[in-house]
Design a protein around this ligand. Sequence first.
Ligand code: ATP
Length: 199
Amino acid sequence: MQLKSIEIIGFKSFAEKTKISFPNGMTGIVGPNGSGKSNIAEAIRWVLGEQSAKNLRGSRMPDVIFSGSADRRALNMAAVTLLLDNSDHYLDSPFTEIKVARKLFRNGDSAYFINEKQCRLKDVTNLFMDTGIGQGTLSIISQGNVEEIFNSKPVDRRSIIENVAGVYKYKRQKTTAQTEILQTSDNLNRVNDIIQELK
Ligand code: ATP
C-alpha cells in the first residue's frame, strides 16, 4: 500500500486545486515558514477522519476552509482526496487503487467518499482500522507530538502501543459483544418476568 498522491482544494492555505504526487522512495516537502507544509499533513489527517478542529489548529471545523487572502476571496468548500495504491491488498478491499475523499461546506454539510461513492465516516475508519494509518495513529507525527508521547500518562501510552499492535480492533469488538450480552440478558429478564406473570 502506498500513498500515490493527494489533491487539495480549498483546504487551509490551498485555495487553488493542488496535486502533490508521492513517487517511490522518500519525498521531502520544503518551503519557507508559513508556506503550508504542516497544512499538507493536516489535510491527510483530515481526510482520514480527524474530528477535532483543535487538532487541526482551529476552533471550529469550517476553519479548515480557505478563509481568503489579500488578493483572493474566501471559499465555501474544502475538499481533499487521497489516492492509494492497494495492489498488495494491504487495505482490506478488492480494489488495487483506492480514492478516499472528504468534503466540507461552510454551512457545515460534509461528506466522505471511497472510490467516488459517498460513504460514512465509519467506512473510512474501518478501511484503515489496525493498519496503523488512520487518523490518531503514529503514521503522522506532527510538531510537538514527540514531547506529547513522552509526557503522556502510562495508560495513554499503552493505548498508542495497542493501536500499533493491532489490539484496538479486538477491544472494540469486545466492547460491542459485552453491550450485546447486557442487552440480551435484559431481554431474558423481561421474558422471565412475563413468564412469571402468566403462571
Ligand atoms: P512552519 O515551517 O513555520 O511550520 P508551515 O510551512 O508548516 O510553517 P503551515 O503551518 O502549514 O506552514 O501554514 C500556515 C499558513 O496557512 C499560514 O499562513 C496561515 O495563514 C495559513 N492558513 C491556515 N488556515 C488557513 C485558512 N483557513 N485559510 C487561509 N489560510 C490559512
